[in-house]
Design a protein around this ligand. Sequence first.
Ligand SMILES: Nc1ncnc2c1ncn2[C@@H]1O[C@H](COP(=O)(O)OP(=O)(O)OP(=O)(O)O)[C@@H](O)[C@H]1O
Ligand SMILES: [Mg+2]
Length: 353
Amino acid sequence: MSEAGISPAKRRATEFGDCHPQPSRTPTSGLGKVTMSELWVERHRPRSVNDMKGQKAIVDRLSAYAESRSFPHLMFAGPPGTGKTTAALALARDVFGDGYRSNLLEMNASDERKLESIRTKVKQFARTAPMPGSTFKVIFLDEADALTPDAQGALRRIMEQYAETCRFILSCNYSSKIVEAIQSRCAVFRFRPLGKEKVLEMVIEVAGKEGVNLEQDAAEAIANVSLGDLRKAITSLQVAASLDSHVRRDLVYETTATAPPEELHGFFLACKEDGFQPARRRMKGILDRFGLAGTDLVNQLHRELGGVTFLDERQKLMVTEAMAECDFRMVEGGGESLQLDAMAARICGLLSG
Ligand SMILES: Nc1ncnc2c1ncn2[C@@H]1O[C@H](COP(=O)(O)OP(=O)(O)OP(=O)(O)O)[C@@H](O)[C@H]1O
Ligand SMILES: [Mg+2]
């Protein structure tokens, strides 16, 4: 996924919670459901960098830092739910031990965009001595891409002023929004969406710990809908399990507002073989059943198109263009129903010839 493809309105779980490895299943009134009283993403957040899934190159370097108990300023960039906040907290814990919080100042730059508040907090924090046995403190500036360019300009100075006693860890989704001068002061780590097998591993592990009966194809469905975002994967599992502790494939697709691949393939096949009206009916059926917005449908069709076996390359290229046009028109304000119909009509025209 490109950085530009990340929705800024990404779902955020309550960050920074510690994870509690205690027995966690909270059985409810005998209905075989799981309550949502605690977020599993927090409960299962790895505590040490070595427990993180995937991101091998990053984990190797961070654990070397942990061993030497020192590190330079760091910048973690990448899409949501791939372990940036987790890595920052885990590294602090690995370096300073369980009492790491007294040596760590967390700030969310989306909340504190004004530099003055950052400067004041950093100054106050940097004035006090690091905890015994350590030579520096850590300032973790989460979502640093929300800082205004002015604030970033001044942050450069602050990073230098306090470099002796403080290390900064910046996390962001869009590294391009961080000025070069800051990037050059940091070791930059680029987090990638997690591979399917890593997502599967995590989801199965969490399901086991939470006492959820997760079917194999449901686990695969979660890996399929999460697109390498582990927060999304674990949240999808928890949402499905809160409805029924026996999690099946259908439930996953229903609760994540995602159409299963066969439905999407069915739409393309109807366009090819059945003509406009049946294809349109199928499309409406998918929209209603899975509660999709028009742009969701187009994005999901786009994702599935690569796996369709009954279309050749040339047809896929043309269909992609038709979908891109429809998406653009909807984003620009074109009526959803008419635009989707127009897309279906065009795809039928392209494929039936
Ligand atoms: N690499 C990973 N290994 C294990 N768990 C992970 C990993 N990445 C994410 N998670 C899980 O997903 C949750 C969210 O991850 P995290 O907060 O680190 O995401 P992030 O990269 O900081 O995302 P954002 O850009 O939205 O802040 C964690 O609590 C953890 O449960
Ligand atoms: Mg984060």
